[in-house]
Design a protein around this ligand. Structure first.
Ligand SMILES: Cc1ncc(COP(=O)(O)O)c(C=O)c1O
Length: 489
């Protein structure tokens, strides 16, 4: 039945109890069984976030004159971030409501900078490694900038020569990651920075994910490429407070080397009947709570608090890497630059999506990836108490899948397997859009991804053709990959 607003307001205790009930079945982040989405630094820190957020719950950073408190905290958060990222004294920036917004703004800023300085460009493009966050695709889609993706090497790092080959007269900036999400490697920022400087192009480093952990890992002696404003060619960076900054959700930063760049991010409308309107970011109204909680997170945690959490997360990541490396049939992908641990099959014989299904059945959060089929874990201090149980469950799941290859064609594994492999990406997109329409329909329906689901074209394909479809697709993809390698694409 359609939800409607009740005629009379309900008693507060009663509705809070109802809402607490809604949380049943949500990801168990405090218990450490999820590997993404929530960065949990313990109950005491969580309580500080709640209090700071509540203090500014009603505040609106849309108007920095009416809410000087929020403007002050925003400036201080940006400057604390800039100094952590080794930005020069002239560095400036804004807070945003998340990594995606920071990246959308970077693309918009460089598009508008190019419009001002190189107005003859008709079809601007950006050159980025293929592992860069999908928010750049979203930005490309929103802002009419083509995205040119360069291959990465076997360690998951950008191939700088491939990036160089993709630059043309219409390239407006380069992008790279520190680290990239899929396997946690840091791109060779110094080399890309040098390339950008030689070509006179701006260069954005997406440190949304790693910005608030790499500084402490470096301090602990973890080897990684130089990745921040120490590289002269880097003109902007994004770093999320609501990830390893352990702030409340809705908090990221974008920092530019100087105002010459940030200026192009701003929006000013002079002729609206509502008055002259200025807006520094994508949103109009900007929630005060997220800004306040971010300020409180940085001040409450301090450098030593971040360092301690980073050390624990790193030790956890190392234990997980070693444990997974010892499981026959699996291997860890990427470089150990961060606390991301991504595992995949080491040769044929282990269907990763079937292993993922078994882990999910045992109550683990599972982040499935494609190209190649893999599982992504972001290790945090909160995962430490359950790491050994995870490794035991994983070992058993791999052994079970090896003994039961038919599991590839059942449950979610069948559909994920097909979606990852099917060369007809238009069909996949249509099916995924249908899933979204179901979820966002009037009743907010739940979806069933399994191979037995009714009315799903991909599931129907799995049911009808099973093995032949999988192996035909695998053959085509192997041929395509061999051809790509030969041509160096
Ligand atoms: C490297 C990277 N950039 C950007 C984002 C997007 O961040 P958000 O989900 O806050 O929009 C993520 C999210 O995981 C990320 O890993």
């Amino acid at each position: 039945m359609r939800a409607t607003i009740p005629e009379a307001g309900r008693p507060h205790d009663e509705l809070l109890e109802t809402m607490a009930g809604f949380r049943e079945g949500d990801a168990d982040y405090a218990g450490g069984r999820t590997w993404s989405m929530v960065y949990y630094a313990g109950d005491e820190h969580h309580a500080l976030m709640e209090q700071a957020h509540n203090l500014f719950l009603a505040g609106n950073a849309l108007n920095p004159i009416a809410f000087k408190s929020l403007k002050r905290m925003e400036t201080e958060v940006v400057q604390m971030t800039a100094s952590m990222l080794n930005a020069p004294p002239d560095a400036v920036g804004t807070m945003t409501q998340g990594g995606t917004e920071s990246l959308l703004l970077a693309v918009k800023t460089y598009r508008d900078l190019a419009r001002a300085r190189r107005p003859w460009i008709r079809r601007p493009n950006m050159v980025v490694p293929e592992t860069i966050h999908v928010a750049f695709d979203k930005a490309a889609h929103y802002f009419g900038v083509d995205i040119r993706r360069a291959r990465v090497d076997a360690r998951g790092q950008a191939d700088v020569r491939a990036m160089k080959r993709l630059i043309n007269q219409s390239t407006i900036f380069l992008g790279a990651s520190a680290p990239q999400y899929p396997s946690g490697s840091v791109d060779p920022i110094a080399e890309i920075g040098a390339l950008a400087a030689r070509r006179g192009l701006p260069f954005h480093v997406d440190a949304c994910f790693g910005g608030f952990i790499l500084p402490w890992l470096e301090q602990l002696g973890v080897a990684m490429p130089v990745w921040d404003f120490r590289v002269p060619g880097v003109t902007s960076m994004s770093a999320d407070l609501h990830k390893f900054g352990y702030a409340a959700k809705g908090a990221s930063t974008i920092v530019y080397r100087d105002m010459g760049y940030l200026r192009h991010q701003f929006f000013v409308a002079t002729d609206w009947c509502g008055g002259i309107y200025i807006s520094p970011t994508m949103a109009g109204t900007r929630p005060g709570g997220a800004i306040a909680a971010a300020w409180a997170a940085l001040q409450g945690m301090g450098r030593d608090g971040y360092l301690a959490l980073a050390e624990q997360a790193w030790q956890g990541a190392e234990r997980l890497r070693a444990g997974i490396g010892a499981i026959e049939g699996l291997r860890v992908m990427g470089m150990p630059h961060s606390t991301v641990v991504t595992w995949t099959a080491d040769g044929p014989g282990v269907d990763i999506f079937a292993v993922a299904d078994l882990l999910q059945e045992r109550g683990w959060g599972v982040d499935r990836q494609q190209r190649p089929a893999s599982v992504h874990c972001t290790v945090n201090a909160s995962n430490l108490p359950v790491l050994d149980t995870y490794l035991d469950d994983l070992r058993e799941a791999v052994a079970h899948v090896k003994a039961h290859p038919e599991l590839s064609r059942e449950g979610d594994a069948a559909v994920y397997g097909l979606m990852a492999r099917v060369p007809l990406r238009g069909l996949v997109k249509r099916e995924v859009l249908k899933v979204m329409e179901t979820m966002y329909g009037p009743e907010g329906g739940e979806v069933d991804l399994s191979a037995d689901a009714e009315g799903d074209k991909l599931a129907a394909l799995v049911r009808k053709y099973g093995d032949p479809v999988f192996s035909a697709i695998d053959r085509v993809v192997a041929l395509r990959d061999r051809a790509r390698d030969k041509l160096g694409l």
